[in-house]
Design a protein around this ligand. Sequence first.
Ligand code: URA
Length: 433
Amino acid sequence: MSTHEAHDAVDVIRTKRDGGRLSDAQVDWVVDAYTRGVVADEQMSALAMAILLNGMDRAEISRWTAAMIASGERMDFSSLSRPTADKHSTGGVGDKITLPLAPLVAACGVAVPQLSGRGLGHTGGTLDKLEAIPGWRAALSNDEMMRQLEDVGAVICQAGSGLAPADRKLYALRDVTGTVEAIPLIASSIMSKKIAEGTGALVLDVKVGSGAFMKDAERAGELARTMVALGTDAGVHTVALLTDMSTPLGLTAGNALEVRESVEVLAGGGPQDVVDLTLALAREMLAGAGRGDVDPADALRDGRAMDAWRRMIAAQGGDPDAPLPVARETEHVLAPADGVLLELDALAVGVAAWRLGAGRARKEDPVQAGAGVELHAKPGTVVRAGEPLMTLHTDTPERFARAREALADAVAIAPEGSRPADRPLVIDRVAAG
Ligand code: URA
């Protein structure tokens, strides 16, 4: 290590290992020195594990987040003629909500600068979904993004490499060192990117259940409270909704399949849970941006949200009228018995869609636009033995067997008259306080 460095990595690791709190100067130094390559990967791995085991207090997490923001550029939308609001979801199965939500909120007069990612593992990525639309491109320059926000009011694009580079490096390290699950690290990772992005208001959709990152409501609540505090400390109006991810959202999981369902919602139809969650999040975004007087349901009904969608897609080279890709092969999964569908497990459906080709195992893998799972029943539906419960879609039929394996225990059917557990879609709301 250079003799000019202000701190010693081993001291910082020992402080956290022994349950102490890191000083502001230690946090600033270790994040910056890691980004510069002065703190080695093995040292940051040890520190990340110490943080996972011993936690951080609110001030430490806030400082850590600020240091990650300071590692890169910050965007500024204050020159736009309208307020800005964004949404972040911690990821779920069939979670296509960003697609109808961004144009819907734009149609209500609030600009949506949505920097999104690609899917890894069983949860899909918004950019992968939109890339199913012929011609659509994810990479925009900052100038293009600004122009589109002013002209159309909504942009969904890839985050540039200049935003929180410390997080990119640290996230890749956490991924291979068993340290992803630390709440201070998850919260600072998500919020550093959202705060650097420069949105005025932020709504967090924190998923709870088998298909989510956080399987239980207690940990999801802690993550939500931590992120709301970070946003609030940074001057971003931040609210979180805890929402159910025990069963997939809507009736589709897979890229083009989810675009199709999103367009149905924008056309005034679509599955009720997708419509309800889109409207709940839109109301929060509008309220956070000072437009709580506007009812987004009107913009969904009268076609303004659809107009904004068409303009948003076309502005990024996409053809909103082009037919969406369709997988070459399909197979049905049949109901094994008569009765009421009690459970339809989100994780199993997500893994099946992933194995059919909708997701990727490594970040450089390609995805199949048409692959995924289409559901014909949701919990509470009466089903008959031998009727299709799901349709599996893929270009590569050798994948069907592994997808079926993932679905082996996905479904529970009970005698008619039974009722599934009452699971509200929105479980809780967390605001600053
Ligand atoms: N998403 C992120 O961006 N960071 C995390 O740490 C976890 C999920």
